[in-house]
Design a protein around this ligand. Structure first.
Ligand code: DQA
Length: 148
């Protein structure tokens, strides 16, 4: 069965409680549930993984590469803007990667306008809240279809 890894980075476990003006009231659990539900509808297996540990997310990506996971969607949180370690880990993965953000990072503070991971992903989906994740999952499935 096609397997997609949904990665959730630093501080994203606090969705629902943090900065509702930017992120609304959707919780991280709501996000995981919606992704899993859509995964079932699309006939793919999705694993959600959240961590606040940069080393742990890199090791999860290494394992996904070794296990032959079909695609990765990732909201890296603030790591997006500065983690070359995460970028290098993503560059190891050979399947399609979709970058996701709840908020429109380009309409926010200057430091959020630049993503150090965008050069190693297929594309970005930003600004649609929970729907960013669902669009990203559909993009992963479409990309896998093209790779096969
Ligand atoms: C975010 C945007 C990042 O700039 C921020 O650091 C986050 C959340 C988003 O989903 O909009 O933690 O990735």
């Amino acid at each position: 069965m096609t397997k997609i890894l949904a990665l959730h980075g630093i501080n994203l476990n606090m969705f629902g409680k943090r900065d509702p003006a930017q992120y609304g009231r959707v919780t991280s659990q709501d996000i995981y549930t919606s992704i899993e539900k859509l995964g079932k509808e699309l006939g793919v297996e999705v694993e959600n993984y959240q961590t606040n540990d940069e080393g742990a997310i890199c090791m999860k990506i290494h394992q996904a590469f070794l296990d032959g996971v079909d695609a990765i969607m990732i909201n890296a949180g603030a790591w997006t803007h500065y983690s070359y370690g995460l970028r290098d880990a993503l560059a190891i993965f050979t399947g399609p990667i979709v970058e996701v953000h709840m908020s429109n990072v380009h309409a926010r503070e200057e430091f959020r306008h630049h993503s150090v991971i965008s050069a190693v992903v297929k594309g970005q989906i930003v600004g649609f809240g929970l729907d960013s994740y669902l669009l990203a999952l559909r993009a992963c499935v479409a990309m896998i279809g093209q790779n096969k």
